[in-house]
Design a binder for this molecule. Structure first.
Ligand code: GUN
Length: 292
C-alpha cells in the first residue's frame, strides 16, 4: 500500500517556520505585508481570499484585503495595483482569479511589480523559472507546494526520474513541468490531445494530475512505486451520503491508484493546504529580499 502524503501536516510545518521567521524579522523592524485583491462576489473566490488573508495574519504578517465591486473598471483596478506596487509596507500582491469578464486578466497580472508577484504569474517570474533561475523566481504556489511534497517523499535528488504532468495550465501544469525539469527529471506534459494517455502515465516515476476532471487517472495508469500528486479538487454528487450531498475528489481514482503507487496525495488534505502555505513562504521571501 502507498504512503499517504500528509499535505496538511507538511503545510502546517511550513506555516510554523514562516511564522517563526517573520517573528525574527519583526525584531529587525520588518513586517511582511500581503495585499489580496478580489473583484466581485464569486463565492468560491471569497472563501479562498478570506483563508489567504487569515493565514497571513496567523503568520504575523501585515494583511490587507481589497474587496472591489464586480463592476470595477480596469483603470481603477490598475490604479490600485500601482499604488500597492510602491507601498513599502506591502511585499506581496495577489489578485484573485478569475476576474470578471470585462477585465483583461492578462493585462492586470502584468501590472504587478515582479518583485511583489508572490503568485509568480508575471512574465518576469515565468521567464526566471523557464530559464532555470528557480532561486530568483517567485514560483506559482500550487506547483511549488507540490514540488515540496515530492521532495519530502523522494528526497531532494530527483535526477533522471521520469515525470509526467497531466494538464498544461499556466498556473499549474507548465510551471510544474519547469520545476521538475530544473530538478533534472525527464518531463512530459500531457493534455487533452495526448495519444494513449494511460500508457504515457505508466512510464512516470512522478505523476502529477492537474486537469480538473474527477477521478480521471485510473489505478492501472500508475506505475508500481510511483509518486502520485493529485492537484485536482472536484466536487461530485455523493448519493450514498444522502440526497443532495456531495464529496470532494481529486483527478486521480485514489483507492485504485494507491494500490500501485509508492506514495500519493489524498484529496482533501494533500496539495490543497500547500498552496496557501507557499503563498506565505513567497511573501516572507519577498519581505526578506526587500529588507536586504
Ligand atoms: N485562483 C485559483 N487559484 C489561484 C491562485 O493560485 N492565485 C490567484 N491569484 N488566483 C487563483
Amino acid at each position: 500500500m502507498a504512503e499517504i502524503i500528509d499535505g496538511k501536516k507538511i503545510a502546517e510545518d511550513v506555516v510554523a517556520t514562516v511564522a517563526a521567521t517573520a517573528k525574527d524579522l519583526a525584531a529587525h523592524g520588518v513586517k511582511p505585508g500581503l495585499a489580496v485583491v478580489i473583484v466581485g462576489e464569486d463565492p468560491a473566490s471569497q472563501v479562498y481570499v478570506a483563508s489567504k488573508s487569515r493565514k497571513a495574519k496567523e503568520c504575523g504578517f501585515h494583511s490587507v484585503q481589497h474587496t472591489l465591486a464586480g463592476g470595477t473598471s480596469q483603470a481603477d483596478l490598475v490604479a490600485l495595483i500601482e499604488q500597492l506596487n510602491v507601498d513599502p509596507a506591502i511585499h506581496g500582491i495577489l489578485v484573485q482569479l478569475p476576474l470578471p469578464a470585462h477585465i483583461d486578466s492578462g493585462a492586470i497580472i502584468q501590472t504587478i511589480e515582479p518583485d511583489k508577484d508572490v503568485d509568480g504569474f508575471t512574465f518576469v517570474n515565468v521567464g526566471r523559472l523557464g530559464t532555470g533561475e528557480v532561486d530568483s523566481a517567485f514560483v506559482p504556489c500550487t506547483p511549488a507546494g507540490s514540488m515540496l511534497l515530492i521532495e519530502r517523499v523522494r528526497g531532494r535528488d530527483l535526477s533522471g526520474l521520469t515525470a509526467v504532468v497531466v494538464g498544461r495550465s499556466n498556473i499549474v501544469g507548465k510551471p510544474m513541468a519547469n520545476l521538475l525539469l530544473a530538478a533534472n527529471c525527464t518531463v512530459t506534459i500531457a493534455h487533452s490531445r495526448t495519444k494513449d494517455l494511460p500508457a504515457l502515465c505508466r512510464t512516470a516515476d512522478i505523476l502529477v494530475a492537474a486537469v480538473g476532471r474527477p477521478e480521471m487517472v485510473k489505478g492501472d495508469w500508475v506505475k508500481q512505486g510511483a509518486t502520485v500528486i493529485d492537484v485536482g479538487i472536484n466536487r461530485i454528487p455523493a448519493p450514498e451520503k444522502g440526497e443532495g450531498k456531495t464529496r470532494l475528489v481529486g483527478d486521480v481514482a485514489f483507492a485504485e491508484a494507491a494500490e500501485n503507487a509508492g506514495s500519493i496525495t489524498p484529496v482533501p488534505g494533500g496539495v490543497g493546504p500547500m498552496t496557501i502555505a507557499m503563498l506565505m513562504a513567497n511573501t516572507l521571501v519577498s519581505a526578506c529580499r526587500a529588507a536586504g
